[in-house]
Design a protein around this ligand. Structure first.
Ligand SMILES: [Zn+2]
Length: 258
């Protein structure tokens, strides 16, 4: 009998989690109301450079991200003036739990639960109108780390953990990475080859029908690079060299079809 009860309770929990994920998806991809995104800076390495950079952050630095999403949404005939609004919150004292690079499935599960608990604690401190999506922006001093850990955006969980360089020279790249991870939280998938960073054809190309195919003029935001020749791609300078491609638009509910 206990076994039956245990299975029943587990089934109920699973149904609640699945229903929650479904509801989240409906709420964030209906594009009938502005989705509020909370940006929470974190000093990732405890450095003075990251601290100073965070202290100087302003909402204006996130405007290009919401402007890009609005511009692209309108291109896909979404009527909403401001599909997303980004609110900058004060810096958090503690970083989100990190995932060990070699983590197995059970460790991943435990980490994702810890991450959700961390997010819940952060949101609980906000008294009213909590953001629907949370982005944890972890700033690193470029003098201390040449490469950053992988950023991630989770649709199930409605949050992103985004690693960024704490220098004005990287502001445009930071905006691209932030937009990429934000679109993951709306259900967009990566569109580049994991081993080579090459955009996948056709979905990772902003203009797959362009003739001749190379050089492409834009990066597809979920591919992240501009294909300039077969097997060769470049980082876009900024969001103005970046588009939301047809496949990404379908994934995030901007267009119907296959
Ligand atoms: Zn990605």
């Amino acid at each position: 009998m206990w076994r039956g009860i245990r299975i029943a309770i587990l089934s109920i929990v699973l149904v609640i989690v699945a229903a929650g994920a479904w509801l989240d998806r409906q709420r964030t991809t209906s594009w009938e109301h502005t989705v509020w995104v909370g940006a929470f800076p974190v000093n990732a390495d405890g450095s003075r450079a990251a601290g100073d950079y965070i202290a100087a952050l302003s909402p204006a630095q996130f405007q290009p991200v919401s402007d890009f999403i609005a511009r692209e949404a309108h291109r896909y005939r979404i009527a909403l003036d401001a599909p997303v609004g980004i609110r900058l919150y004060p810096a958090l004292a503690a970083a989100p739990p990190a995932l060990a690079p070699a983590a197995g499935p059970l460790e991943r599960l435990a980490w994702s639960l810890r991450l959700r608990a961390y997010r819940a604690r952060v949101l609980a401190a906000i008294e009213r109108s909590q953001p629907k999506i949370t982005l944890f922006l972890l700033y690193h001093d470029p003098a201390l780390s040449a490469a950053l850990p992988h950023s991630l955006g989770l649709q199930r969980g409605l949050m992103g953990v985004v690693h960024l360089f704490a220098t004005p020279a990287q502001a445009a790249q930071n905006q691209i990475v932030t937009t990429h991870e934000l679109l993951h939280t709306f259900g967009a998938t990566d569109k580049y080859a994991a081993d080579s960073d090459a955009p996948l054809f056709p979905d990772g190309y902003a203009e797959p029908d362009r003739q001749p195919r190379y050089p492409q003029r834009y990066a597809e935001i979920m591919a992240g690079r501009v294909p300039v020749a077969p097997g060769r791609q470049q980082m876009p300078d900024d969001l103005s060299q970046t588009l939301v491609g047809a496949a990404t638009a379908r994934e995030i509910g901007w267009s119907r079809g296959k």
